[in-house]
Design a protein. Sequence first.
Length: 353
Amino acid sequence: MHSIEKSPDDFMEYARMHGFGDVHFKVDPATGMRAIVAIHNTNLGPALGGCRFVTYENTNQAILDAMRLARGMSYKSALANLPLGGGKSVILKPNTPYDRAAYFHHFGDFVQSLNGQYITAMDSGTDVEDMDIIAAHTPYVASTSLQGDPSPYTVQGLLRGIQAAVLFKLGKDRLTGLHMTIQGLGHVGYAIANLLHQQGVRLTVADTNAAITARAVSEFSAREVSTAVIHSVPCDVYIPCALGAIINDASINEFQTTVIAGAANNQLEHIRHADMLHQKEILYAPDYVINAGGVIYAASQYLDTSESAMHEKVNNIHQTLLDIFQRSVTEKQTTCAIADRIAEERMLISGAG
């Protein structure tokens, strides 16, 4: 669950290895729309997961991406104690002209045809306008324009996770005076920088967008470094909020931190990197636990959960991580292995792959 290592080329073999439920395909000859819905596990409830609209080298790559992401959503929802399973969808973005609205109208019909097994939402390449089109065809959609932006809740959960890691590893119940580095200043990265600055944290930041980095330097008295070296800056907490696979063979020996706790998805390039962090006594907050605030919010909008109950689940990321950290020490296992085991126990499945 906790890496983006190379998947088998045969998606049926991947399905067998990881206990998949269903994979659905839809082709619309009139518009050329090609879509995939992967449903990993529905033991806890219908499968919730976003819809990606990106370009792939080939169809098999798109299928495996949808399946890998769907499996991740099962674990994320289980660890967040949501009554939901894990799914993901992909619409293959063409390199030739296409009618975007028509694509999403037909995709909405596709989702409706699955009779509630799958609930879609925003993901890479899709926006609230796309979700509004889908919602004209099916009620099984979250993150429409009426439901709002989930990123503030991702940020809230990220902050609670950082606080848990600092408490466990450094024995501090306040963040004041600590030095933290942030890789990536998108919606989540910039917002967490703001919150940490307000709490007296000294920041070093990096982003490919020079303007946003300059703004962080001005507003938060942050120090700027290049994206090539941000992971190697000595700090108390390293917060990756950009691309995945940032914990890899090249970076693993360059970290000079005691904690890695960020919102980026799929931070580990390979399972062995979790073992290496554990051996180096770097505390790693599994990304699919600490960044769950967004899916908690999306689920609350779909399930019509009260605002107080939703905030309670986001804040509970703090306790969930503390439990994982303690079990990791007690059982001498990586934090990812412990998180996976908890999720699998809740989903009533045995670990695979």
